[in-house]
Ligand binder design. Structure first.
Ligand code: MTE
Ligand code: MO
Length: 242
């Protein structure tokens, strides 16, 4: 489906939730809620144009990235409190601490990032643990076909088939641009699916559940393609990310 169409179709019901979440309304401070809805939409209309998957503007030091969150507020777990749980159709479910994830072999990839709304950031290093390693450690059952990803923002979800998740360019990323992932970019751990549109790369990753079928994620329920290959989905023709 053409993403513009799906966004228009989805725009009204989800709009306010998205805007409230993504705009970092703390920054706008004084606006009251009723005013906020109109004021925010006008503001977004001006600066963001057709960028309804999230919201807003360039991050101050984002180097071309835009900040997205569909949740109104996102917790800041301490480095010791953070957990990434792998469960579902596996022999050995496990909740990883950040220290455990850091102790595993890390893979560094440098590819372009492409958002389905059009913006692209060239040559961005991501580093972390291959998902295939976490799956092997968990012992995936023969009946398994897919993964469902959940996030500690409490709202966002994503999915991959098992075959996609086992690709060497799919990571549980701990670092981006050679720094530990900051909160804005989904730290301490986000999914990084290099060959797909950036909506697949769920931020604030907290759960990986192995399932018997693909269950579409947050944006996919609103019309985005589940198989989100850059340049071969969502009615777009972007060059591959590398
Ligand atoms: N948890 C969560 N992950 C998310 C999103 C979101 O709203 N919430 N937005 C997605 C989209 S559409 C994009 S383009 C990227 C944006 O990542 P960034 O905020 O680091 O630029 O995050 C993806 N992952
Ligand atoms: Mo996006």
């Amino acid at each position: 489906m053409n993403p513009d169409q799906s966004e228009e179709r989805a725009g009204r019901p989800v709009g306010r939730r998205i805007f409230l979440g993504t705009l970092g309304l703390g920054a706008l401070g004084v606006l009251g809620a009723p005013v906020l809805q109109r004021g925010t939409e006008g503001f977004l209309g001006d600066i963001a144009g057709k960028d309804p998957t999230g919201l807003t503007g360039l991050l101050p030091n984002g180097g071309g990235f835009r900040y997205y969150s569909v949740a109104a507020s996102v917790p800041h777990p301490s480095p010791t409190a953070y957990r990434l749980t792998v469960d579902g159709l596996v022999d050995r479910p496990h909740s990883y601490t950040l220290a455990e994830l850091r102790a595993l072999p890390q893979t560094r990839l440098v590819k372009d990032v492409q958002c389905v709304t059009g913006w692209r950031v060239p040559g961005t290093p991501f580093e972390g643990v291959r998902l295939s390693r976490l799956l092997d450690a968990a012992g995936v059952h023969p009946s398994a076909r897919a993964l469902r990803f959940t996030c500690f923002d409490g709202t966002y979800t994503e999915s991959l088939t098992l075959a996609q998740a086992r690709r060497p360019d799919v990571l549980a990323a701990l670092r981006m641009q050679d720094h530990d992932l900051g909160h804005d970019h989904g730290g301490p751990v986000r999914l990084y699916v290099a060959p797909m549109y950036f909506y697949k790369s769920a931020k604030w990753l907290s759960g990986i559940t192995v399932t018997d079928r693909v269950r579409p994620g947050y944006w996919e329920d609103l019309g985005y393609d589940v198989d989100a290959w850059v340049g071969r989905s969502n009615g777009r023709t972007d060059a591959p990310t590398g």
